[in-house]
Ligand binder design. Structure first.
Ligand SMILES: C=C(N)C(=O)O
Length: 126
């Protein structure tokens, strides 16, 4: 695959399951897939942040599969959380999907998410 993990000690080491950067060789990346933010709207009731994160990641996996890709193809993700106090709990579940070379990522706390879910994740895959 045409991706390379970038790491430098001149910037802070990742504080979660993500990479400082992922370099993609565009000449050999056959396609790019932009996956919209996924939310666990099929879960009811909401409240278990780890169950919600798992459902979101499974939804992303289904979309990746539909496009002929898998989690190893993800080079960038964005996590939107309603409560940053859930950072460690989300990381624990999210990290299970990336045993090595995790994507670059940002995690931001937001005031409110669609359908009042607690976490939304979007990804870019190559
Ligand atoms: C600090 C980050 N980039 C993160 O947790 O996604």
């Amino acid at each position: 695959m045409s991706k390379q993990i970038v790491y430098t000690e001149q910037a802070p080491a990742p504080i979660g399951p993500y990479s400082q950067a992922v370099k993609v060789d565009l000449a050999s990346a056959a396609s790019m897939l932009f996956v919209s933010g996924q939310v666990a709207i099929e879960l009811a009731p909401l409240g278990d942040i780890q169950a919600e994160t798992k459902q979101v990641m499974e939804n992303i996996g289904a979309i990746l599969k539909a496009a002929g890709k898998d989690y190893t193809n993800i080079v960038k993700s964005s996590i939107f959380v309603k409560d940053m106090n859930n950072f460690a709990a989300i990381n624990e579940v999210y990290g299970r999907y990336f045993t090595s070379e995790p994507p670059a990522r940002e995690t931001v706390e937001v005031a409110r998410l669609p359908k009042d879910v607690n976490v939304e994740i979007s990804v870019i895959a190559i």
